[in-house]
Design a binder for this molecule. Structure first.
Ligand code: HEC
Ligand code: HEC
Length: 352
């Protein structure tokens, strides 16, 4: 117990120290490979960003915990027919979304869901995950896809017992948690360690903010168009305020009522989580049902396609015209939010 407390204090100190003194260094080399010498990974909080909502309480990130999470993320044993892993629907080249050929994701037996896969990065900031906020803690997140019939369709007990039969996982759990006990809490914590460290903060936009690069004229004009029309919901630096809103998308064939599914409050009908605009260059198609293939379509919807449905966001009630020139500038600006070092960082790839 005492060693646990000392360990926790040590971790907290390093964490506080890292926030106060080291952020600049971290910001300069955001994707550098930490050495496993101390066995402790520092969660990255880039300079100028708000405090994350998930702070790895009771789940200090270690090299071995992160590595276990990394193996689990690519583990098809966690699906009923052992064909689907988290990484099947969340692919690194697409910033851990599902890629352009998948409007809806395919789970086990090729069952198709009704929502477009979300990209995975900067996940410690939102306090509610999923398009409708169904999950409120990064540590509980993995339960949903593993048990969901349209995703991996395996009950948690079976998932744990499959891992317990594996010598590979016995070794990995022992390294991560000190002994070979395999249970769902440890599994979920390892997932949170891996996903919580997927921080994307190395786009051109970030370099411009750090004074290491400059916007072109078009990007700069696009930034102004963004500030007027988009920033109220897609707030910097995470490019989301993580609220739920009805942006005015015409209702789809599934009549998906979004946040209402979770709260049963009629004031939430048709509201969806404001998603980040970082890495849009990798994450097409767009919206909760993947209805738009290109950013051009997204902006055309914004100027001409808003439907006056129940709970339409007040901001969207009045039209916000965007000229052809402004549209092209806005797309240039949005492209500065692509972080190529994130989609190629070997630290997050499958271990072969
Ligand atoms: C069959 C495809 C599929 C598989 C397999 C899958 N996911 Fe997902 N994931 C999705 C879809 C679709 C969403 C959006 C669902 C929604 O919002 O209703 C999502 C959402 C998420 C989110 C929320 C992100 C955010 O910004 O709110 C996280 C985190 C996540 N998945 C992690 C995982 C993990 C961990 C696994 C493996 C245990 C996994 N996913 C397996 C398709 C999949
Ligand atoms: C009133 C709040 C609000 C404003 C203003 C707003 N958005 Fe959105 N945006 C949302 C919400 C909510 C969603 C999710 C909608 C859904 O899927 O149902 C979204 C989704 C998106 C997506 C899809 C992202 C993805 O991962 O699928 C893009 C791209 C986007 N918005 C760009 C913009 C741009 C560009 C502007 C300004 C021209 C803008 N938004 C203005 C609330 C807003």
């Amino acid at each position: 117990m005492r060693t646990k407390i000392i360990y926790f204090l040590l971790f907290s100190l390093i964490f506080i120290f890292s926030c106060k003194k080291d952020t600049k260094k971290i910001n300069e080399t955001p994707q550098s490979e930490p050495t496993p010498t101390t066995n402790i990974y520092l969660p990255i909080v880039p300079q100028g960003w708000p405090a994350p909502s998930y702070m790895f309480q009771n789940n200090p990130v270690t090299y071995d915990g992160f590595t276990l999470g990394r193996y689990l993320f690519y583990e098809p044993l966690l699906s009923l027919d052992t064909t689907v892993a988290c990484g099947s629907c969340h692919e690194q080249t697409f910033a851990f979304s599902n890629g352009p050929s998948h409007t809806f994701s395919h789970g086990v037996n090729d069952v198709i869901g009704k929502r477009n896969s979300l990209a995975l990065f900067n996940l410690t900031w939102p306090n509610q995950l999923m398009w409708d906020g169904a999950v409120n803690n990064l540590e509980n997140q993995a339960i949903t896809p593993i048990t969901n019939p349209v995703e991996m369709n395996l009950n948690l007990g079976t998932a744990v017992s499959r891992l317990s039969y594996s010598t590979k996982y016995k070794t990995l759990f022992k390294k991560a948690f000190g002994d070979t006990l395999i249970n769902s809490q440890r599994m979920l914590r390892a997932f949170a360690q891996f996903m919580g460290l997927m921080v994307s903060n190395n786009s051109k936009y970030d370099k411009v903010k750090a004074g290491q690069d400059v916007f072109t004229l078009s990007e700069n004009n696009g930034y102004a168009v963004f500030t007027t029309n988009c920033a109220g919901c897609h707030t910097e630096p995470l490019f989301s305020d993580y609220t739920f809103r009805n942006k005015g998308l015409p209702i789809n064939a599934y009549q998906d009522s979004g946040r209402y599914n979770i709260t049963q409050n009629t004031a939430d009908i048709y509201k969806f989580k404001v998603p980040t605009l970082r890495n849009l260059g990798f994450t097409a198609p767009y919206m909760h049902d993947g209805r738009f293939q290109t950013l051009s379509e997204v902006i055309d919807f914004f100027t001409n396609g808003v439907a006056n449905t129940q709970n339409l966001d007040p901001f969207m009630v009045t039209p916000h015209p965007i000229t052809i020139q402004q549209k092209s500038d806005l797309i240039s600006f949005l492209n500065t939010l692509n972080d190529y070092s994130f989609t190629t960082n070997p630290r997050f790839s499958e271990i072969h």
